[in-house]
Write a protein that binds this ligand. Structure first.
Ligand SMILES: Cc1cc2nc3c(=O)[nH]c(=O)nc-3n(C[C@H](O)[C@H](O)[C@H](O)COP(=O)(O)O)c2cc1C
Length: 493
């Protein structure tokens, strides 16, 4: 009896996906999707991208582990034009199991990573690394701990309690004894947030010296990281100017810094331009430097596509090699975390737009954010620049990808969750075997694991223990042993 192909439908929800028509090999050969594109000095064989996705395969010291090599090696099997390695921290500080590039000691591991991707893709895939800075965030505290230890007492607290001149200890006890609603009424909005969500730094906290000096320190930190990326053999870097992190917060309309780095569109894009200039000076013109930014922040008072179009045009003018467009994923509208957990920026409406599920609304996730890349691209072209602009969000089929490219929504297409569901899907399309594609059901099973900082896998393959991992006797499993860590190999039918 023939073994069941691993690409068979494995989840009932796959049947609910809109039917797809996949290209023949000839159609794929003639397509824009499978045609070359240039990002600065680097030419990619096709316009397909696996964008940055944190798989939580590193360890506390932020180094490249064998699991990281297996993960990116497996993505490289599918031979996309570009893979962007997950958000990788530029500072030499403990960052949990986030991959890091904040010191020379990370270079050998990262070199091994570029070697593996080159080998497994047969040289077909260009490899960029997304480099990130982020600000401090604390877990939501126990109320008692917050009131006894973290809250900095102010005269207003004493006045509100009618305890003028009382000792700190007495004030803290009185606050603890208040009914919750009365306590909240006594706290400032920021203190309320610290208590209910956990303290989170903002780029506007310029009373804190390390926040005030961000424009002084970040250009060199990014430049150092980019230089290490170059040394490690990457084809380029993607500056992380998107989602909930430092650089996106500088670009945000909510950035009211009064030091020349906030308050107007021109001032908000100043630091991103200075970071780009420092990186470029360091790595030279023969290394690709692009960025990811938000086409829309999707939060109240946040930046909209007109802002993004302006930023992208200024970055293009400054010589950026590509702009990859994302959407949302901000902390401002995140759900309240449980006590002991940190807020996660993909839980509110902006997060849902960043990684839209199948049930987000009647329109669904498919190509949902392409109007943003389209408007940004049009603005960049109108200003006379040919900078490639990328679109992402629910890209899951040849027709959608090809239409987006043909109709000028974008110049390259990035598919994260579909590539996680089936890393070989690019190669299957390219060779006319689209019917063998395991189709993402956009349930956000992967994103839920990411939220808990658990090794990210896909529900469509992570219990399939029958298929072996090539080169091993056993199947590599997650730390709880319940899930396989890499998708089963593709046996072409
Ligand atoms: C598990 C997971 C981790 C992600 N990590 C990152 C990241 O490190 N950097 C980033 O810019 N986007 C990250 N994203 C967002 C994706 O790159 C992509 O923009 C988003 O999932 C929408 O595309 P899709 O519909 O093709 O999945 C992540 C997404 C997922 C599902």
């Amino acid at each position: 009896m023939q073994p069941e192909p691993t690409t068979n439908l494995v989840h009932p929800a796959q049947a609910k996906l809109p039917p797809e028509r996949w290209p023949t090999r000839e159609e794929a050969q003639r397509s824009l999707l499978f045609s070359p594109i240039r990002y600065g000095v680097c030419v990619a064989r096709t316009r397909s991208w696996v964008p940055a996705m944190v798989p939580w395969r590193s360890i506390e010291d932020g180094s490249v582990t064998p699991d990281i090599l297996d993960w990116y090696g497996r993505l490289a099997d599918g031979r996309p034009g570009v893979i962007v390695v997950e958000a990788t921290g530029i500072r030499d500080v403990p960052s949990g199991p986030l991959l890091r590039i904040g010191g020379e000691r990370f270079v050998p591991g990262l070199s091994e990573l570029t070697r593996v991707v080159r080998e497994r893709s047969g040289g077909a895939t260009r490899l960029f690394v997304q480099i990130i800075d982020f600000l401090g965030i604390r877990r939501r505290p126990e109320k008692e701990k917050y009131l006894r230890r973290f809250l900095v007492l102010r005269e207003e607290h004493r006045a509100g309690l009618r305890l003028p001149g009382a000792s700190d200890e007495a004030v803290r006890e009185a606050l603890l004894a208040l009914p919750h609603e009365r306590l909240l009424a006594l706290l400032s909005p920021r203190e309320r947030e610290d208590l209910e969500f956990g303290a989170r730094e903002r780029v506007t906290d310029t009373h804190l010296p390390h926040i005030a000096e961000l424009p002084r320190v970040l250009p060199e930190l990014f430049a150092d990281a980019a230089q290490r990326a170059r040394l490690a053999g990457f084809d380029g870097v993607e500056l992380h100017y998107a989602h909930a992190y430092t650089m996106a917060s500088f670009l945000s309309r909510t950035n009211t810094r009064a030091d020349g780095y906030g308050g107007s569109p021109k001032a908000r894009v100043r630091l991103p331009l200075e970071v780009l200039a420092a990186v470029r000076t360091r790595v030279g013109s023969d290394f690709t430097v692009g960025c990811r930014l938000l086409g829309d922040e999707v939060i109240e008072g946040g930046s909209r596509v007109e802002d993004a179009a302006f930023y992208a045009t200024e970055l293009a003018r400054a010589g950026i090699d590509f702009v990859s467009v994302s959407k949302g994923g901000r902390f401002e509208d995140a759900k309240q975390p449980k006590v002991g957990e940190a807020a996660y920026p993909y839980t509110g409406p902006s997060g849902q737009e960043c990684m839209p599920t199948r049930t987000i609304d009647a329109r669904g996730p498919f190509g949902r954010n392409l109007e943003l890349s389209r408007a940004i691209r049009a603005a960049v072209r109108a200003a006379g620049f040919e900078t490639p602009i990328g679109g992402a969000g629910g890209i899951n089929s040849f027709e959608l990808a090809e239409r987006a490219l043909r109709e000028a929504d974008c110049d390259f297409v990035a598919a994260a969750r579909q590539s996680l569901a089936d890393p070989d899907w690019w190669r299957k399309m390219e060779t006319g075997r689209g019917s063998q594609i395991r189709r993402c059901i956009f349930s956000n099973y992967c994103e839920a694991l990411d939220q808990r900082h658990k090794q990210v896998t896909c529900q469509l393959w992570d219990r399939d223990f029958d298929a072996p991992d090539p080169g091993r006797d056993d199947v590599a499993r997650s730390s709880d042993a319940k899930r396989r860590l890499v998708p089963p190999p593709w046996v072409p039918q």
